[in-house]
Design a protein around this ligand. Structure first.
Ligand SMILES: [Zn+2]
Length: 443
């Protein structure tokens, strides 16, 4: 009789292709057997009865800002990774900025790796930065394992992470193409956003609506069109992060049809919040690109359903509450939404239950696709030989998100007070239970 480390019995196993009832056996951090419609023979050190639960591959959150080292008063790897575990995520890709020093050379990458190995309870991966000053460092970063590179086409809001101008991004893309890596881009037009913001503020127009109008969808479209041209000229593989509108996705889709190597991410906040939330909740719902109106949210869901979106990631971008206050000027106050813990809850409540988005599609968008896109060959699905990164979900459980449920350093989020259907019961990382029944499992 085989002895395993862990057997999960009687669950409904969800992958990007199918849902089957069955058991999963784990040994030394790997899934070693998946049985459909029959029990796995053998015993295990630990058994979990998943009767009534769905078993999903752990989410891979390809876009977070955990701000460590250097800005841990905003979040940090410990609280950040715990919030992911509580939300069913088992891996994250940390963005190169908001940590200080930013991840723009190998020495800085090593600092972050060291901290993450010590503090993260889920699997850490790292984006490298592309800034005007570091083109000579890209090769070193690539060879030391960054997932890809991230650049800002408009000011990042962080003093030590400069946005690229057209000349440096073009040079950087040539280098990234030659390395066989990819570039993720924050695509908003500096010219459009800066001029509109200046006009608004000169006229004393500083409401939530004014802020949103200063960063219009056309600003994203302009930047995306320009960067697509550069991708076509350099052969650099592109990933557009946080598209806020289907109109932006349409431009990317056209490029895909022409054979451009390009993919696109959107975030749960663009699928669940609107300008009205920004007006009501203030800076807690402020981000860039900004939230859009109701019709844009519905169009974006249609885009998700049509398979036009490759990846859903949180863009968790936390800050202390003191930076999230707005008096009467929406141009003030830190932009960035705390959402890492709620991605799956939003996809289930707003997607699966409200708009009939199949569970298989949710798994594809949050786990299988990012694993395939970014080369995580042993992650993103539930099958023998893959890493035992697993989340158990009770689809019948309803709850109202309370601030004290959040594992973030700063317990605020635009989703507090929202009723969710479908909750994460247990999260398993490399075969170890890290979260169960609302609590982090302390080592
Ligand atoms: Zn971001």
């Amino acid at each position: 009789m085989t002895t395993f480390d862990l057997i999960i019995r009687n669950g409904k196993i969800v992958t990007a292709d199918s849902i089957v009832s069955g058991d999963i056996a784990v040994k030394e951090g790997k899934i070693v057997e998946v049985s459909a419609d029959k029990a796995i023979e053998g015993t295990a050190v630990k058994e979990i009865n998943a009767e009534g639960l769905h078993i999903l591959p752990g989410l891979i959150d390809s876009h977070v800002h955990f701000n460590e080292p250097g800005r841990t008063e905003w979040e940090g790897l410990e609280t950040g990774s715990r919030s992911l575990a509580a939300g069913g995520a088992t891996s994250f890709f940390d963005m190169p900025l908001n940590s200080t020093p930013p991840t723009i050379n190998k020495a800085n990458l090593d600092l972050k790796k060291e901290r993450a190995e010590e503090k993260s309870i889920v699997n850490p991966y790292y984006w490298g930065g592309l800034v005007p000053e570091n083109i000579a460092d890209l090769k070193d970063l690539h060879e030391n394992g960054v997932i890809g590179f991230k650049a800002f086409m408009s000011p990042s809001g962080i003093a030590d992470f400069n946005n690229v101008d057209d000349e440096s991004i073009f040079k950087g893309m040539k280098e990234i193409a030659s390395l066989g890596s990819l570039l993720a881009v924050h695509a908003e037009s500096t010219v459009i956003c800066d001029q509109l913001a200046a006009e608004k503020q000169e006229q004393g127009k500083t409401t939530a609506r004014d802020f949103v109008e200063s960063r219009p969808i056309i600003s994203e479209i302009e930047a995306v069109r320009r960067i697509i041209s550069y991708a076509e000229a350099t052969g650099c593989k592109l990933h557009i992060v946080h598209a806020s509108s289907r109109k932006v996705v349409a431009v990317i889709n056209d490029a895909k049809q022409r054979g451009v190597d390009i993919t696109v991410e959107t975030c749960p906040h663009y699928l669940s919040l609107t300008v009205k939330d920004l007006e009501e909740k203030g800076a807690i719902a402020k981000c860039a690109p900004p939230l859009r109106d109701e019709d844009e949210v519905e169009d974006l869901w249609a885009s998700v359903a049509a398979g036009e979106i490759n990846v859903i990631a949180s863009d968790h971008s936390p800050a202390p509450a003191s930076m999230k206050t707005i008096t009467d000027n929406y141009f003030e106050g830190w932009g960035g939404i705390s959402g890492a813990q709620s991605t799956l809850n939003i996809m289930l409540t707003e997607g699966y239950f409200k708009r009939n988005l199949p569970l298989e599609k949710i798994v594809a968008l949050t786990s299988t696709n990012p694993a395939e896109l970014f080369g995580l060959e042993t992650k993103g699905t539930i099958a023998a030989g893959f890493d035992a990164d697993i989340t158990l979900v009770d689809l019948n459980e309803e709850f109202v998100l309370k601030a004290e449920d959040l594992k973030y350093r700063h317990k605020h989020s635009p989703y507090v007070g929202k009723t969710f259907k479908g909750n994460v019961k247990t999260t398993i990382v490399n075969g170890e239970v890290v979260f169960t029944n609302g609590e982090i499992v302390e080592k």
